[in-house]
Structures are given as structure tokens and as C-alpha cells.
Unconditional design. Sequence first.
Length: 157
Amino acid sequence: MTPHDDSNSAATDHRTALITAARDAQSAAHVPYSEYRVGAALETEAGDVFVGCNLENANFSNSLHAEEVAIAEAVKNGHREFSHLAVSSDRQDGVTPCGMCRQTLAEFCDDELVVWCDEGDLSDENTDDEADVTAIQVTEYTLGELLPNTITEETLE
């Protein structure tokens, strides 16, 4: 885990935009069992963004995770190189991709893929007004930090 640097406003704006896209994707989630909405926004090296949300199924094993939905949409549209992933839950609890999603990401991304996890909004301590949100709190990882020694095509040879 690496801390993010808020001194670069362009980087902060980029991170905020991707986290916002992940938050927005949550609204389409189908979560009648867990009631835990997750959204993901995956950015290609070309700068295109694909979003996904979690879709639950009564047998759970057929459920789809937000990260899987986002990467499937990107791959379906011809993309194979990615630079950033943002993940957000409706609880803004710093949710990270699960092990299965990490392995799926590793199929298409190198260890340096930046993963931003939404920790919620920071606000002015002197008010409860939502309009006084000053920043989005994010924990930053790389895919290599989240999934060291991953299974790759080379390990199967």
C-alpha cells in the first residue's frame, strides 16, 4: 500500500473522476442478498473508462463482481492494456478487489496497475453539511502489492 500525494491537483482530479465513476456504477448493482453495492471503473492505457457493478445470483457462485464486469466490457470492446482501477462500495469502506478479481486483472494487467480504493469523503470538521466535502479519501495499491506471485501464462508452461 502506498500513500497518495494530494500535492498534484491533476493527479487528484484524475483519481476523483475515476472514483466518482465507480461510485456512479453502484446504482445499477443487483444485490438483493448482500445489499452491498460495489462499483468499479477501469481505465485503459488509451484513457477510455469502462465501469461495472456487482450482480448477485441466488446461488452466489454465478454472481459477477464489479471488477469482472468492467474488465469484460473493456475486453469485449478490444482493450487489453489498462492503467488504473477504482473500486468503491456503497459503504465507502476501502473495499479491494477479491482474490478472484485480482487474478482476472492479472491476466490483462501488469503488476504496476494502480488500484484506488474508496475510503469515503473527507469533510470540514466544523460542519455536517455534505456540500463541505473537501476530498475523497483513497488508499492506493498496485496489483502486484495486492497479488504477489500471481499465476500467469508463464507459470503454466
